[in-house]
Design a protein around this ligand. Sequence first.
Ligand SMILES: C[S@@+](CC[C@H](N)C(=O)[O-])C[C@H]1O[C@@H](n2cnc3c(N)ncnc32)[C@H](O)[C@@H]1O
Length: 261
Amino acid sequence: MSDEDLDAIPGWFDAIDRELFRWFLGSGREISGPGHLVELGSYMGQSAVLIGDHLQDGETFTIIDLFEAPADDEANSQENSESYAGLSRQAFERYYRGVHPALPTVVQDFSERIVDHVEAASTRFMHVDASHLYEHVVLDIAAAKRLLATDGVVVFDDFRSGHTPGVAAAVWSAVATEGLRPIVVSPNKLYATWGEPAPYIDGVATTSPWWTSEVQDVSGGRLLILSPRAHETYRWIKYLPPAAVPGAKKARARLAALTRR
Ligand SMILES: C[S@@+](CC[C@H](N)C(=O)[O-])C[C@H]1O[C@@H](n2cnc3c(N)ncnc32)[C@H](O)[C@@H]1O
């Protein structure tokens, strides 16, 4: 799965997180063991196609999204109409089939209903990226806790973005009171487990072409903090419409290459 394949799909999936997903879904499987793959909130499929690339025999990949269906509260409806105009299940499926011959199991429903479609304690990797509102993320965390295998990994998007305080509140509350144990944070995502984080923390590369790192003690455990190298400072991209993101990233990379010379 090349970055060009991913860039052809609208979305906001950063270089650091692409590499971390590849590591957790590939090498990380030796720590988690086999298990199912789950995504809550897929939009046009940019992160889903990468997750689907790591599906192995005997495992399933299930995604759940409202797509064009209405939300059942005002705040969630507003969130979706403002951020995901033009989204449809058909568009997701078209993009996914552009990369993979077979679709994952696609469920069009509220994210917390994932528990009706995946067996409890069976999941090795779950990406939580549906509604970013506190009440919804709390339910998604409860679903993740139920579905993850012992050493399964859950990834939360936008856990520290200025426009999504509800994700931060829900995620750190789960760390404080629900036994969730952080592994690593990138600028946009927090990777965590209800199992033992140490083998993952020790396995993630401390430096790479995309990041530098430091370790801090947080809430009684080690936390690996990844910072982008200068040419990967893409946080402003969160505020662009998705169709504009690939072009903006290319322009930023070209500019960075010129200024490095
Ligand atoms: C940030 S986008 C997902 C981006 C995608 N993971 C990617 O990296 O390209 C959030 C998605 O969550 C969906 N969504 C919003 N609220 C939802 C809810 N309550 N239940 C299920 N899906 C929801 C939206 O339709 C949208 O497709």
